[in-house]
Write a new protein. Structure first.
Length: 164
């Protein structure tokens, strides 16, 4: 197709749950991405100003460090595994709009506050952070790692108190 990407053909129209999940992502995540882009653009602009002009007593803008972390797993797929824990009435409603199908997990991820799903999110966040432990430590500028933030501390999924 003359260097253009070939369009993928969908077998069916998206469900209402897929559309709602996409809308929620747009509402919550697009704003964050816009803020990050804005901060990075301001940082680039500030770096163009000579240091002698950027006197902190006169010039009130300063660079802001940014670190972005994304989950290593799709949260919609993770939520789909725990959708059965939702109350029956919610499952029936979600089933009617396609939210209980595998591709409806994004909407479910915004609605699920069940303990097991929340624990799975915390576990995922912890594991993802530990993978980037040195980068996070450098970003935060700590001189010494707290005991709970070392790679040698035992960590088992399902444990109530992860930091002892």
């Amino acid at each position: 197709m003359n260097g253009e990407q070939e369009r993928l053909q969908a077998d069916s129209y998206p469900s209402l749950a897929q559309i709602a999940g996409h809308a929620l992502n747009s509402i919550f995540l697009d704003g964050l991405e816009t803020d990050i882009e804005r901060v990075e653009r301001i940082n680039r602009t500030l770096r163009l100003i000579p240091p002698h002009i950027r006197d902190p007593d006169v010039f009130q803008l300063r660079e802001v460090d940014v670190m972005v972390m994304h989950p290593s797993q799709d949260l919609g797929a993770l939520a789909a595994k725990y959708a059965g824990a939702l109350p029956l009435s919610v499952r029936i409603l979600l089933g009617a709009i396609g939210g209980m199908r595998r591709d409806g997990g994004t909407l479910v991820s915004y609605l699920l506050f069940e303990q097991d799903y929340c624990r799975a999110l915390i576990d995922l966040g912890y594991k993802d952070t530990m993978i980037r432990c040195d980068e996070v430590e450098s970003f935060l500028g700590s001189r010494r790692k707290p005991a709970y933030f070392t790679k040698t501390v035992g960590y088992s999924t399902g444990s109530r108190n992860k930091f002892t």
